[in-house]
Write a protein that binds this ligand. Sequence first.
Ligand code: HEM
Ligand code: HEM
Length: 133
Amino acid sequence: MSKVTVWFLKCAMIYFVLAILMGLHLVVSGPQYPYMQIHVHFNLLGWMSMMIYGVGYHILPRFSGTPLWSERLSLWHLWLSNIGLVGMTIGWLVMARGGGHMVLLLFSVVEVVSIVFFVVNMFKTIRPAPAFR
Ligand code: HEM
Ligand code: HEM
């Protein structure tokens, strides 16, 4: 497995643990802001998306019978998706304390850029390959 795959899988599991701990907190406290949003995005952008990224980077080039289009772009994706998600969390905490939405907006853009990097890399990588008989 590549370094990027290994780190996406490890990050996914770390976010999963944090997300379900927050889920337990939500059970006892009710669906209160901002823990609800953080729980949701640790689960969906952290656990689920990063698990898909990790597995995707490993298997999709192999299914296509070609190397990944850009290792460097996948490394940028790894860093920016983590910076984006942690920053969004900070953004929600800032808003919960009465602050504005600029921090959330800034890191949401970082997260979006990271996703675009993944999509571009996969579009450039995925292609038909002869089926095994
Ligand atoms: C131990 C595991 C988990 C616990 C204890 C837990 C607990 C909770 C609780 C208490 C809420 C608030 C529900 C409400 O009162 O409206 C909630 C919301 C939510 N959880 Fe979890 N959760 C867990 C795992 C997950 C997982 C694995 C996912 C997704 C992969 C997930 C996705 C969501 C979503 C999307 C919402 C928001 C639903 C809405 O918008 O109304 N949760 N969770
Ligand atoms: C760049 C990526 C994303 C950004 C910037 C983003 C941002 C947001 C924001 C700002 C909210 C409103 C939170 C609030 O009420 O204050 C929200 C809600 C939500 N998002 Fe995302 N999101 C992203 C990706 C995703 C993905 C990939 C999923 C699902 C796979 C998802 C599922 C949800 C759900 C279920 C809610 C409702 C949560 C609730 O009930 O409070 N989001 N998102």
